[in-house]
Design a protein around this ligand. Structure first.
Ligand SMILES: Nc1nc2c(ncn2[C@@H]2O[C@H](COP(=O)(O)OP(=O)(O)OP(=O)(O)O)[C@@H](O)[C@H]2O)c(=O)[nH]1
Ligand SMILES: [Mg+2]
Length: 544
């Protein structure tokens, strides 16, 4: 009886303790160990959003997959913006979180179009690894090369998924060779495709020596029925025909002979990329891929911050904002800051330090994000991406900590190459016009400059044309402000690194922090200004 009473007493004390004390260090380490935070990258149209949607389907997070069709029937979780659904392209990165087999996977879908690559580059700052998609009919494309390089520079490992095998594909060996030649990384097929186009039957797992045979389904909305079999079975031989079957066995023997064995450590150190094959649209090879992804991808890693390397298991809480998005939810019309947690445990209601402003802020409304949907969460761990309602305090690249001054060095910021003056189409510079401009600038949809103090006509600047289109569309649809854009001829942006101004006739404008910026029409004008002006310093980025 006494023991039972003591048990009860200690249980009550335990319940009394704040949450934090209840979580032991080993709990936290376990939470970190089961998390994976991954971005999906590729050239436009390789199928990132489709693959993301199907990973959600296979993890059980959704029960029916939507499709990217462009037009009014598009309905994927990650392309939730109306403009994405109308056009069938991603214009903004999105975050989804799923649980599968004890793991917690944060998937960040990115836009492939180069006009939105600032968003994609920033998303790559927030992950520990990436899935690189290739269209098996096209191979390594231009934008993939650039994104691969960004992953390399950040030191994140890459898993390759060869997609669209349901269409005529290039020879698998040729594709692997292209990855090695163009990207300079050893490509190690972990699975092998059986057929392509109409003849695509499934995939062969080289390690397990098992053949996964899939069936097509009508509409592709549900999981594809699958049978596991023997690659040498009579059934497969008669279904493929002896010629195709012989060729397959021959190819597999050749691959075993010439391709080095896979070593996870080599992958984690970016010396090789494991390659998987499948078809996101017909759901072939996806569950197998999801399982492999969770096994291979690294758990949350340490981050290089201004204060040194910050380990996830550090007791101090550290996170950074890699993205801000306004109006995700029509009912709220607020701004969400997407925060990657780097270290420590996050708890709802905690007070955090914001080094850029030197202020403390209470984080009362943390969300778990799922496309456009959100749900309040009470705690989060390193690797997680959470949403915080942004009281106008957070900017992209900001850190929040328990107390340290840690910042993220070299957060991606692109120098604009396109400029336009922006006017309200109805003629008056209303409050909502100003609000739309400020909020979209804060998100990084465009950058805003002014010609001089007090001039009400802002200049919008972007890296690509589509950004300006997106800006105009969102001003009209989210702020009810139709805008008129008057293009300006500048294509180069340089921040002035000292008091010296160019001696040539170059316009000086001001960024959102009133820093002077010189804008040029071409490279020649830049060189001319440098030649003619002693001690002129022109920077491609503002000082941090
Ligand atoms: N045949 C076939 N089509 C696919 C497959 N995966 C995606 N698609 C189609 O390819 C088109 C582009 O797919 P998305 O998933 O939007 O591609 P994305 O890489 O997200 O494109 P962006 O975000 O705009 O860069 C859509 O029409 C998809 O239906 C596939 O496995 N097979
Ligand atoms: Mg997409």
């Amino acid at each position: 009886m006494t023991t039972r009473r003591a048990d009860l007493a200690s249980a009550l004390v335990f319940l009394w303790l704040p949450n934090e004390s209840r979580r032991s260090m080993s709990d936290i380490i376990q939470e970190i160990g089961r998390r994976r935070t991954v971005a999906i990258i590729s050239h436009p149209d390789a199928g990132k959003t489709t693959l993301t949607e199907k990973l959600l389907l296979y993890s059980g997070a959704i029960h029916q997959a939507g499709a990217v069709t462009g037009g009014k029937h598009s309905s994927t979780t990650s392309d939730w913006m109306e403009i994405e659904q109308q056009r069938g392209i991603s214009v903004s990165s999105s975050a989804m979180r799923v649980e599968y087999d004890g793991h917690l996977l944060n998937i960040l879908d990115t836009p492939g179009h180069q006009d939105f690559s600032e968003d994609t580059y920033r998303t790559l700052m927030a992950v520990d690894s990436a899935i690189m998609l290739l269209d098996a009919g096209r191979g390594v494309q231009e934008q993939t090369i650039k994104l691969f390089k960004v992953c390399r520079d950040r030191g994140i490992p890459i898993i390759t998924f060869m997609n669209k095998l349901d269409r005529p594909a290039r020879n698998p060996l040729e594709l692997l060779d292209e990855v090695e030649q163009v990207l300079g990384i050893t490509a190690i097929p972990r699975t092998w495709p059986i057929g392509d186009g109409q003849d695509f039957r499934g995939i062969y797992d080289r390690d397990a020596e098992q053949f996964y045979e899939f069936e097509r389904t009508v509409g592709n909305k549900y999981k594809a029925p699958m049978k596991v079999g023997d690659i040498r079975s009579e059934h497969l031989r008669s279904s493929l025909g002896p010629m195709m079957h012989d060729k397959l066995l021959e190819d597999l023997e050749f691959v075993d002979h010439v391709i080095p064995a896979f070593d996870r450590d080599e992958y984690l150190h970016e010396r090789c990329t494991p390659v998987y094959w499948g078809s996101a649209i017909t759901n072939f090879g996806l569950e197998h891929f999801l399982q492999q992804l969770l096994q291979l991808a690294p758990a949350p890693q340490a981050f290089d911050m201004s204060t040194g390397s910050v380990k996830p298991e550090s007791s101090e809480f550290t996170g950074f904002v890699y993205k801000v998005q306004a109006n995700m939810n029509k009912a709220h019309r607020d701004r969400i800051s997407f925060v990657r947690i780097v270290s420590g445990r996050f708890e709802r209601g905690m007070t955090a330090f914001h080094p850029r402003s030197g202020k403390e802020t209470k984080l009362n409304y943390p969300f778990q994000i799922f496309g456009r949907d959100r749900e309040i969460i009470d705690e989060a761990f390193p690797g997680d991406v959470i949403g915080l309602t942004n009281p106008g305090l957070f900017r992209v690249g900001d850190t929040i900590t328990t107390k340290s001054d840690a910042t993220i060095p070299n957060f991606p910021r692109f120098a604009p190459e396109i400029y336009a003056k922006v006017f309200p189409a109805m003629g008056s510079f209303s409050k909502s016009f100003r609000k739309g401009i400020d909020q979209l600038a804060e998100e990084g949809v465009v950058q805003i400059f002014t010609e001089s103090d007090g001039n009400p006509v802002p200049l919008v600047a972007a890296v690509g044309e589509l950004q300006l289109e997106l800006f105009a569309w969102r001003m009209e649809n989210e702020y009810n402000e139709k805008v008129k854009l008057e293009r300006l001829p500048y294509t180069r942006t340089r921040w002035l690194g000292s008091e010296v101004r160019p001696a040539t006739a170059v316009p000086i404008i001001f960024d959102d922090q009133q820093r002077p910026v010189a804008v040029f029409k071409n490279e020649w004008e830049i060189n001319y200004a440098l030649e003619r002006t002693k001690d002129l310093i022109l920077n491609e980025k503002p000082d941090a």
